[in-house]
Design a protein around this ligand. Structure first.
Ligand SMILES: Cc1ncc(COP(=O)(O)O)c(C=O)c1O
Length: 364
């Protein structure tokens, strides 16, 4: 096998090696099926066990109440930006509140605005999206169709330390980049959704967790594949689902349950990993600075800048020479970004921390 590097990509992102090795075996012959996982019907008993198993694992991990459906959809998280509005805003006669904390919530508000009226309940643009709002800063409409937020802004590295309080209005959350990374009280949400390719599997499947009373609101005149109600009635099998991606989600959630021991455990590990990097940034005495404010800096994505931008290129080259890869920041924030999802081993983050401290010492 070729050497594997420490992959700090924001997504598609690192997966546990054990899972890749199991997938390699099952790619040729899935146990009991007599053929590849890629070759089995989505209507077969074998696949039925996989999709129901993935759902059961997600339900157990989050403690999802019975009055929520778990859907496996396609079209990525961005389709959900539009679908939430098509299903819950377009025909509601109301407006929806959007909390803008970064690129992804802003994009979601733009997609929703194609379907209905939106209000900006908070906008962190003035500080280049480096924070979440304080509760008293939110301009919420008690009559809104829903309140929308992004739990973790992948590009800006801004993560909510606690849920916004939205009263009785349904809360919608984009969990694409912190799905299954820490416990969440699902009962506080109307809809949670996440593409898989950061924390839960490969690209191709998007998980939607939606409360029954909201499922019931889908307008009848929406096409079936973008209609939550029809999709839920079809148990995610209206058409051919992304079978391989769902199979990997099953393996990842097995790993989280059986090897890691659940979301409280992985949250602790994620906090430890993130602290290694934030402590190194702090210790560097201004050589590095984090993008996000300390109270909301993400445990999943750590964007940081070097005080001397001309050192960025040598930093990335030096890191790559040590197999610390995919650290270039997004063009809208600049600098560097380390994505340290569930499957990034502690040793990878330690190696990056050591390199950061060493590079700062040599180039101060
Ligand atoms: C928070 C967040 N939301 C949405 C998306 C878009 O996901 P997709 O490419 O699956 O549509 C991403 C992708 O990077 C993301 O990080």
């Amino acid at each position: 096998m070729e050497k594997r590097v420490y992959n700090f990509s924001p997504g598609p992102a690192v997966l546990p090696l054990k899972i890749l090795e199991q997938a390699q075996r099952d790619l040729v012959c899935y146990p009991g099926a007599g053929c590849s996982i890629l070759e089995i019907s989505h209507r077969s008993k074998t696949f039925d066990k996989i999709i129901l198993g993935a759902e059961a694992n997600i339900r157990t991990l989050y403690g999802i109440p019975d009055n929520y459906r778990v859907l496996f959809m396609q079209g990525g998280a961005i389709l959900q930006f539009g679908m939430v509005a098509m299903n819950l805003l377009r025909d509601s006669g109301k407006a929806a509140d959007y909390i803008l904390t970064g690129t992804w919530s802003k994009k979601a508000s733009e997609e929703a605005a194609t379907q209905g009226k939106i209000n900006v309940a908070f906008n962190a643009k003035a500080t280049n999206y480096n924070r979440v709002p304080k509760q008293e800063e939110l301009k919420l409409d008690p009559n809104a169709a829903y309140v929308y937020h992004c739990s973790n802004e992948t590009i800006q590295g801004v993560q909510y330390p606690a849920l916004p309080n939205v009263g009785d209005v349904p809360l919608i959350g984009d969990f694409s980049s912190d799905f299954l990374s820490r416990p969440v009280d699902v009962s506080k949400y109307g809809v949670m959704f996440a593409c898989a390719q950061k924390n839960a599997g490969p690209a191709g499947v998007t998980m939607v967790i939606i409360r029954d009373d909201l499922v019931a609101k889908s307008p009848a005149n929406l096409p079936s594949l973008v209609n939550y109600k029809v999709f839920a009635e079809g148990k995610s099998l209206l058409n051919t689902p992304p079978t391989f991606a769902i199979y990997i989600v099953k393996l990842v959630t097995d790993w989280l349950l059986n090897e890691i021991g659940g979301l409280a455990k992985i949250a602790k590990i994620n906090e430890q990993k993130a602290n290694l990097l934030y402590d190194a940034i702090e210790q560097s005495g201004g050589f590095y600075t984090a993008h996000a404010e300390p109270n909301c800096c993400s445990h999943m994505n750590v964007p940081f800048r070097l005080a001397k931008p001309e050192l960025e290129e040598p930093f990335l080259k030096g890191a790559a020479a040590l197999d610390l890869c995919e650290l270039k920041g997004h063009r809208s924030v600049g600098g560097c970004r380390a994505s340290i999802y569930n499957a990034m081993p502690v040793e990878g983050v330690q190696a990056l921390r050591d390199f950061m401290l060493d590079f700062a010492k040599k180039n101060a």
